[in-house]
Design a protein around this ligand. Structure first.
Ligand SMILES: NC(=O)c1ccc[n+]([C@@H]2O[C@H](COP(=O)([O-])OP(=O)(O)OC[C@H]3O[C@@H](n4cnc5c(N)ncnc54)[C@H](OP(=O)(O)O)[C@@H]3O)[C@@H](O)[C@H]2O)c1
Length: 254
């Protein structure tokens, strides 16, 4: 359905879960792919193999770095600039966060979560936009916690709210320069990230109970929406958050 031959895409947190699914789909559609990760080298090596399989042998750029650190972002973009000289798609997907009741959240927990999940989009965009040369897509990956409340999710939910607001503000600044900035948000997806939730089982159960679609969103469902946001079909979509949740957000009580 999508032909992205000749396009260059950078996916943060692109070695596992949703990010890997996006990277594989973009590679399958012909794009050159750069994937960022932070710690897990073996997942990065597996991701490289999966991307090469999908692309018919084209090697991705593997970029290690913390998206919360300006210096790391600068180094990653220096490599992209040197190897590619341009960029079409930035998928700001990497996330982390402290999952605790609000009474237990420290300033450090808050800052950590905000820096990775919200702040990172600022320097990532600042470096990406000049490489996009007046024609690019920025897609940030968000979650329903931006508009709904979940147990232990205060810091992450607030960071995703900030992220979606930043998306709207970046959109206003860059739409006239040929850059679309949007977010794709999802309900619970059973990736490695979910293993860190103290209330994982309850979240899955509650989602299934309320979701009209009665099945969990999968990484590929989110990746499909991101592909759409990178395509010409959405060339007039600016500053939106596209929700992939099987209808959950219109059904949750309260
Ligand atoms: N899973 C869900 O239920 C769900 C629902 C809605 C939205 N989302 C959003 O979808 C996105 C992806 O989530 P996921 O569940 O696919 O995550 P995941 O499976 O845990 O994968 C996280 C990826 O991000 C990388 N990463 C983590 N912190 C980083 C940092 N500071 N700098 C650079 N890379 C970093 C990881 O690298 P290493 O492997 O090196 O650690 C890994 O590649 C996130 O924005 C998340 O908020 C997830």
């Amino acid at each position: 359905m999508f032909d992205f031959a000749g396009k260059k895409a950078f996916i943060t947190g692109g070695t596992r879960g949703i990010g890997l699914s996006v990277a594989v789909m973009l590679a399958k559609a012909g794009a050159d792919v750069a994937v960022n990760y932070l710690r897990n080298r073996s997942a990065a090596d597996e991701a490289r193999n999966a991307i090469m399989d999908a692309s018919g042998g084209k090697e991705p750029l593997l970029l290690k770095g913390n998206v919360a650190k300006d210096d790391d972002i600068e180094k990653m973009f220096a490599e992209i600039g040197e190897k590619w000289g341009g960029l079409n798609f930035l998928i700001s997907n990497a996330a982390s966060g402290v999952l605790k009741p609000s009474a237990e959240l420290t300033h450090h927990h808050w800052q950590w979560t905000m820096d990775i999940n919200a702040y990172a989009l600022l320097p990532l965009s600042r470096h990406a936009i000049p490489l996009m040369k007046g024609n690019g897509r920025i897609v940030a990956v968000s979650s329903l916690g931006s508009i709904r409340a979940f147990q232990n999710y205060a810091a992450v939910g607030a960071s995703k709210g900030a992220l979606e607001s930043l998306v709207r503000h970046l959109c206003v600044e860059y739409a006239s320069q040929g850059i679309n900035v949007n977010a794709v948000s999802a309900s619970v997806v059973d990736t490695d990230a979910l293993k860190h939730f103290p209330n994982r089982e309850a979240m899955i159960e509650e989602s299934l109970q309320w979701m009209p679609a009665k099945k969990l969103v999968e990484p590929e469902d989110v990746a499909n929406a991101i592909m759409l946001m990178c395509s010409d079909y959405t060339r007039m979509v600016h500053g939106h958050t596209f929700i992939v949740d099987g209808g959950l957000s219109i059904m949750l009580p309260g």
